[in-house]
Design a protein around this ligand. Sequence first.
Ligand SMILES: [Zn+2]
Length: 183
Amino acid sequence: MPSVLGHALAGLTISAAYTQGRPPRRSWILATACAVAPDLDWFTGFLRLSDGNSLSHRGVSHSLLAAALIAAAAMLIGFRHRLRSPRHWACMLSAAFSHGLLDACTFGGTGVAFLLPFSRARFVCLWQPIFVSPVPLTGRLLDWLLFSLGTEIVWIGIPAGLAFGAPRAIQWLRLRRSSEELP
Ligand SMILES: [Zn+2]
């Protein structure tokens, strides 16, 4: 998996993409939580389950069904008065789904069981540019920094920065230009 920072950044960026200006605190907190939540299955590592087990890492908690349930929980917790808002649903669903998608783009680790409980098949993206984050973190900190965090900066951090910053920079330039044109 990408590190928790990579997933959190994805959730944060998705919440910003669905909002004009600064996203409300509730929105970015819940979107970030949705993007990180599937890795709660990390604790099943202590159970020494086989890789093909539905409860093992990247199993049922990373499925599309789990993403829908996580998004529904976020909506019930934070947006009970907006349960009919497609924008809020899309934001939470995108954030929850981003987790499995990013995991599938990592080089190393097992595939993602997107279709559980209907199929145990594990999926990976054809292109896997992000180096898997070792869990638990071993003493090879330099390797982790160079390969895992480095690839996350390139493939999550820079696109997130552009997605978050570009529309706001354009808006700022427009406002500045219009204020300069005023007599
Ligand atoms: Zn994961």
